[in-house]
Design a protein around this ligand. Structure first.
Ligand code: S3P
Length: 439
């Protein structure tokens, strides 16, 4: 989606963060709910769906392939599944917008269809590596052309007969794993995906919920082709990644006492909680429960003084989307924080190591970049002007930094916050953060 330019100014919070709030639905689960609901035999109901641009692009993709998706108010969708073989050829390229998840998962699914298709994305997505999905899919018999260097657009030739593979991912990636599992639904024989570190298992869980026989455990997923998906009621939990901005903001702003309701607590997503606790954060999990097959809890966060740590590398995949805001926590901590084993951050919506290091330096924080991480020297965040590079999580992270900065932080290029967190400004403001459009 193309946007008009949006720049924001974040300034010191005028009061502690307080009250209760619920952040929008989980992005990963929302993508998968549309995709798998569309492939089921009949009508699935999705509640808590993320009304963000990334997931709306996925819904539009399936509408373009003949799937009726009724929008019944905020976060509620009825997906009229067409069955595994019921998708129709789209008449135009499918635009995945900013969404790596949308494009990579669709690549797996479309590689198995009878028709040809083309996947395109915005400027950021058009720079992101796709060989990680196209190569293993080719080993399954898929026919996908990309631009040189393995970049989008992806041109997928339909009508290929796919066969299962036993594939060990070189880099932990739930997107690649999911692409192979979706192709595997259509493949002859068994598809096995092995991971160097366990990653989020939403595809596996949802397939099981929709009745597809699948074996999975942390680091391994195995399924065979040729079954059917049953429709289901899918309740999407609140997105832990979106909650992460509030966890850090409330930790940093003196006097804060905030409750985040019904946050998804899948252990493959909550690495930030472990890292913040190692740094001294005061966050309680209230009323842990299971909703829609996913663990959720209310998170009660109070201000605490943080100290620097070496972030354990085993936490990296479980907090892969939370490093931008972890860098902000580290900038405000006493002492140094070391991040390593996180080279994947360089190929996210932006190069998040470079974007955070440059932005924090512009705010007076010393950051030493390494190829796979950074050393962040805690200090006083001054004001400054930073470029989010159109990356939603960089933009929101610097809004958090602005709440405890000495002077205002002007955050450039924020429109893409709407990809994952529509309503961020209003919710942040209601909780007590100071944020306005830059004049
Ligand atoms: C996602 C997986 C992660 C994550 C992304 C969402 C998913 O990407 O960074 O925001 O929904 O499967 P990788 O699989 O590339 O690590």
């Amino acid at each position: 989606m193309t946007h008009s330019r949006e720049d924001w100014t974040a300034s010191a919070a005028t009061r502690p963060l307080s009250g209760e709030l619920r952040v929008p639905g989980d992005k990963s689960v929302s993508h998968r709910a549309i995709m798998l609901g569309a492939l089921a035999d009949g009508m699935s109901t999705v509640t808590g769906f993320l009304e963000g641009e990334d997931t709306l692009a996925t819904a539009a993709a399936f509408r373009a392939m003949g799937v009726r998706i009724d929008s019944e108010g905020e976060g509620r969708r009825i997906v009229h599944g067409v069955g595994l073989h019921g998708l129709q050829a789209p008449t135009a390229p499918i635009d995945c917008g900013n969404a790596g998840t949308g494009m990579r998962l669709l690549a797996g699914l479309l590689a198995a269809q009878a028709f040809d298709s083309v996947l395109v994305g915005d400027a950021s997505l058009s720079r992101r590596p796709m060989k990680r999905v196209t190569e293993p899919l080719a080993a399954m018999g898929a026919s996908i052309d990309s631009e040189s260097g393995g970049l989008p657009p992806l041109r997928i030739r339909g009508g290929q007969r796919l066969r299962g593979v036993d594939y060990t991912l070189p880099v932990a990636s739930a997107q690649v794993k999911s692409a192979l599992l979706l192709a595997g639904l259509y493949a002859d024989g068994e598809t096995v995906v092995r991971e160097p570190h366990p990653t989020r298992d939403y595809t596996e869980r949802m397939l099981a919920t929709l009745g597809w026989p699948i074996d999975f455990e942390p680091g391994l997923a195995r399924l065979g082709g040729g079954h059917r998906l049953q429709p289901a009621q899918i309740a999407v939990p609140a997105d832990f990644s979106s909650a992460g901005f509030f966890l850090v903001a409330a930790t940093l702003i003196p006097g804060s006492d905030l409750v985040l309701k019904a946050v998804g607590m899948n252990p493959r997503r909550t690495g930030l909680l472990s890292a913040l606790r190692l740094m001294g954060a005061d966050i309680d999990e209230l009323d842990p429960r299971v909703e829609g097959g996913e663990p959720v809890a209310d998170l009660h966060v109070r201000h605490a003084r943080l100290h620097g740590v070496a972030v354990p590398e085993h936490l990296v995949p479980d907090m892969i989307d939370e490093f931008p805001v972890l860098f902000v926590a580290a900038a405000c901590a006493i002492g140094t924080t070391t991040v390593s084993g996180a080279a994947e951050l360089r190929v996210k919506e932006s190069d998040r190591i470079a974007a955070m290091a440059t932005g924090l330096r512009a705010c007076g924080i010393r950051v030493d970049e390494t190829p796979d991480g950074a050393v962040i020297h805690g200090g006083t965040v001054q004001g400054g002007e930073i470029d989010s590079h159109g990356d939603h999580r960089i933009a929101m992270s610097f809004v958090v930094a602005g709440q405890v900065a000495r002077d205002e932080i002007r955050v450039l290029d924020c429109a893409n916050v709407a990809t994952s967190f529509p309503g961020f400004r209003a919710l942040a403001g209601a909780a007590g953060m100071a944020l306005r459009s830059a004049g």
